[in-house]
Design a protein around this ligand. Structure first.
Ligand SMILES: Nc1ncnc2c1ncn2[C@@H]1O[C@H](COP(=O)(O)OP(=O)(O)OP(=O)(O)O)[C@@H](O)[C@H]1O
Ligand SMILES: [Mg+2]
Length: 365
């Protein structure tokens, strides 16, 4: 049994901690040139993301499953003076990729600004420790640096999550930082100059588009990369399988309960409903309002594993995934329910090897 009172038993370790051994092995094997203050060369960063075997036999597990070129473009643009914007629908691994990029390049993924409608300018620039400000007056010691300012001082990457949710005037404070690479502090008649190695990785979600669109001035300072949904069923099944196994391990659920067949079914349902046509291209179906991302397929399966482990016989069965599946599809209780019922009766019912799933979904009403 793991000692759950140990200080190391965190629910989710940062990427640089969880993969410390891989990062160290890559750094040792990496003889290619590294951009200033990068822990690894661009080649090693890409290997860290996509996986591979090093000359000394060390296995690097793949973090991102998908196009190699896409990751090369992401890494290369971080080595330039332009920032990187990862764009895509929810659940396409934008946050996941940005965390791993920061861990591999700067050795830390913890400098992060979480973008919300209420993100203040202090989160991009700096704030003040008011007790000190009142007692000592303005000084560097009374200043509270933002993650962006700390990254400039350290010459490291900073992540900005959900950039388009941030109010436009706060977003604009990034323009000077990205174009001039310094941050003025008028109160102290001073400034912070970014060290080499400083850069920004932002994420934004297609579905939020229009909430606070990026100004064209800001857009010009980013290389935008769209992370797509997985191309093929096999690729998506592999993503779900590896993530469910890893999550199961960290939650101490018995290993590999989720059979490949169950994962394949869930992913097939997701892909068919998403694309509006059955896998054999024969029947068109309606799509629900939900995004049905890979990330949601991962949670449906993880919930199924938890149900099977705690309340079942340890094998994930149709009724362990059915509730999660219906919950993921039916987000709008009226419209989506109609779409789901139709899919159930016209597609699921007719598949001989899916009768258990059909019955389990029917039982949920
Ligand atoms: N191509 C992929 N390769 C590896 N993992 C993936 C892939 N696509 C999705 N995932 C998994 O999906 C999960 C969710 O990803 P993440 O939270 O990064 O999504 P996101 O794009 O940031 O979504 P949101 O827009 O909702 O913030 C992660 O656990 C990640 O491992
Ligand atoms: Mg995200």
């Amino acid at each position: 049994m793991t000692d759950t009172t140990a200080p190391t038993a965190v629910l989710r370790a940062h990427a640089e901690e969880a993969y410390a051994a891989e990062l160290a092995a890559l750094a040792a094997a990496d003889e290619r040139p590294r951009p200033p203050r990068w822990r690894l060369s661009p080649w090693a960063v890409t290997t860290y993301l996509l996986g591979g075997t090093l000359d000394d036999g060390t296995e690097i597990t793949p973090k991102y499953l998908g196009s190699r070129r896409l990751m090369e473009v992401a890494v290369a643009s971080l080595a330039t003076d332009r920032a990187l914007l990862l764009l895509g629908i929810p659940g396409t691994a934008k946050t996941w990729v940005s965390e791993h990029l920061a861990a591999a390049i700067s050795g830390s993924s913890t400098l992060v600004v979480q973008g919300t409608a209420g993100t203040p300018e202090e989160a991009m620039r700096y704030g003040w420790n008011y007790a000190r400000l009142l007692s000592e007056g303005p000084s560097r010691a009374a200043l509270v640096p933002s993650p962006v300012m700390r990254a400039m001082e350290l010459g490291s990457l900073v992540r900005i999550e959900e950039l388009t949710r941030i109010p436009a005037d706060v977003q604009d404070s990034l323009i000077t930082i990205l174009s001039e690479k310094h941050l003025p502090i008028p109160e102290l008649d001073d400034e912070v100059q970014a060290l080499q190695g400083f850069n920004v990785i932002a994420t934004a979600n297609n579905r939020d588009k229009g909430v606070n669109d990026l100004s064209s001035a800001l857009k010009r300072r980013f290389n935008t990369l769209v992370l797509p949904l997985p191309d093929t069923l096999a690729q998506e099944v592999e993503i779900v399988r590896t993530r469910v196994a890893a999550l199961g391990r960290s939650l101490e659920l018995p290993a590999d309960l989720a059979s490949l067949a169950q994962i394949e079914r869930v992913v097939t349902v997701f892909r068919e409903l998403r694309s509006g046509v059955t896998a054999d291209q024969r029947t068109t179906i309606k799509s629900p309002s939900a995004t049905l991302s890979t990330a949601e397929a991962i949670s449906v399966m993880t919930n199924g594993v938890a149900l099977a482990a705690h309340f079942g016989d340890g094998v994930v069965r149709a009724d362990d995934v059915a509730a999660g599946l219906v919950g993921a599809v039916v987000k709008d209780p009226v419209q989506d329910r109609i779409v789901w019922q139709e899919y159930l009766e016209t597609v699921v019912k007719d598949r001989a090897e899916w009768t258990d799933l059909y019955r389990a979904c029917r039982e949920l009403g």
